[in-house]
Design a protein. Structure first.
Length: 496
């Protein structure tokens, strides 16, 4: 095999793997920098893919001759083109125009593709020139990813040196702030109290804590609701803006960190970027090992495999395998189950922030924590029938029961370590979701979406209090700080 054939095999391998894998994931990283993607895993898979595809072409040419090698080359090139066109359809074409876009692609590309498959020399050269241009574009795109990462780092460096946090006097207590994702208060109620058949542990907790039943979120999406919670701001943009670009280090967590050790658990990388000088330890979803590759496979599957392939019999089997591995790993490593194993010594005051990703869709966990074999991948949609929405709501409430059991286990751990009575424990959610057939999904004017749980148990509190005060997300941290300050003043008075 001559050197030209080897070079062609490697070039085709780079093009195909780049278009199939790097294009969708680069675009994903650029669009959603707050969602974790294992870059080292990506580079490993990318490099391995190039070697496998290139070696396959090399063997095809060596053993089967140029004719077989050309067929393999055509097949791989077609995969690359389809992957790229599918990416454009997903990221750049409005949903209402996607059918027109597909027709346009067929009309414009069909003659070229047919000529390429027939092996016409000029067409083959034209297609490879097109692929090479796409490869150069993706190299440029990858450079944008790297530049964005450097921009974020530089911005964070300047931000953290901008102001000195104001110290908060706090004495002797621990705080655990738990945020459940997409937990609707309305779905957990029976009348004016928590439904003991759905959330028995939360119902028990409410009887010894202060509950704000009229608490409402300001935003229907996590990427805006969480910055409002953490920063106490109404006018937030999203994770990208508030935690990466416009981050103000004079915030509640920075103040608390002056006298309490801060620990952070969650699924979003910006936590660890924004609060790196605050947290004793910050742990997000990605921690190395097999779990990172499963998460990467799930991202690639959702974002780079066309729906027509995902819906085939083989595609559905592969999807179930990926989701099964993802769910089994999720069972072992839920944030709330790891909250007390972050390295806290508890010999001085600690503040642990826990962002638990459930009961957010997909609703795959049954009430006892088993993995459901059939589940909805997304949330409630207008196109669903009433029966589908009713079934999805049942799945959602079962997952709420599973989340409640995780919370019960967490409380039991606190009591076993004698931390429960000397801790502030805060329960809340970023937003809810609606299963109303007239307006399913997230519409902030609906009670199922806007009303969220908000409960605080102060150290030593044994009687439940229902506070009718209307509060919203930007006030949540302020309410907690007020509780902490009142507890400290009460302690100081008792010492006098």
């Amino acid at each position: 095999m001559n050197s030209g054939s080897v070079f062609a095999a490697v070039l085709i391998a780079i093009n195909v793997v780049t278009l199939s894998l790097m294009v969708p994931l680069n675009s994903h990283i650029l669009a959603h920098p707050y969602e974790p993607v294992c870059i080292s895993c990506l580079c490993t898979v990318y490099g391995s893919g190039i070697l496998v595809v290139g070696f396959s072409l090399f063997l095809a040419n060596w053993w089967g001759g140029e004719k077989i090698a050309l067929r393999v080359q055509k097949f791989l090139t077609a995969i690359g083109i389809v992957s790229f066109l599918h990416l454009i359809q997903l990221t750049m074409v409005p949903s209402g125009w996607r059918t027109l876009y597909v027709i346009l692609c067929v009309v414009l590309l069909a003659p070229t593709v047919i000529g390429f498959l027939r092996g016409k020399k000029k067409t083959v050269i034209l297609v490879h020139q097109f692929l090479f241009l796409l490869f150069l574009y993706e190299v440029f795109n990858f450079g944008r990813v790297i530049l964005q990462a450097h921009e974020v780092e530089a911005n964070l460096e300047s931000t953290h040196n901008r102001v000195e946090p104001v110290a908060l006097d706090e004495d002797g207590h621990h705080a655990f702030w738990i945020i459940f994702d997409e937990f609707s208060l309305v779905q957990s109620l029976e009348g004016d109290a928590f439904d003991v058949t759905v959330v028995p542990n939360l119902a028990t907790f409410s009887r010894t804590s202060t509950w704000y039943p009229h608490a409402r979120t300001l935003f229907k999406s996590t990427e805006r609701a969480i910055p409002a919670l953490l920063l106490g701001k109404k006018d937030v943009t999203d994770f990208k803006g508030e935690f990466l670009y416009d981050f103000n280090s004079q915030n509640h967590l920075s103040s608390i960190a002056q006298n309490m050790e801060v620990f952070i658990l969650g699924n979003y990388v910006p936590y660890c970027h924004a609060f790196r000088e605050v947290a004793e330890r910050c742990r997000v979803y990605l921690e190395g090992g097999f779990a990172d590759y499963v998460h990467l496979a799930n991202s690639v599957w959702r974002r780079s495999v066309p729906g027509i392939l995902r819906d085939t019999k083989t595609g559905r089997k592969l999807q179930r395998l990926i989701l099964l591995q993802s769910d089994q790993l999720a069972l072992q490593g839920r944030p709330i189950t790891r909250a007390l194993s972050m390295g806290q010594s508890f010999d001085r005051p600690t503040f642990t922030y826990i962002h638990e990703g459930l009961p957010h869709f997909p609703y795959r966990f049954t009430s006892n924590g088993e993995i459901r074999q059939t589940a909805y991948d997304g949330g409630p949609l207008k196109e669903m029938s009433n029966d589908e929405l009713e079934e999805m709501q049942h799945f959602y409430r079962e997952q709420m029961t599973y989340v409640d059991s995780l919370f019960g286990d967490f409380v039991a751990q606190l009591k076993a370590q004698k931390l429960y009575d000397q801790s502030f424990i805060v329960i809340m959610s970023d937003h809810g979701t609606s299963f109303d057939p007239r307006k399913p999904g997230r519409h902030l004017e609906l009670e199922q979406v806007a009303r969220v749980p908000f409960l605080i148990k102060s150290p030593g509190q044994t009687q439940g209090v229902v506070n009718p005060q209307p509060v919203h997300t930007a006030e949540f941290f302020g309410v907690l700080l007020d509780k902490m300050e009142k507890t400290k003043r009460h302690k100081d008075l008792s010492l006098e």
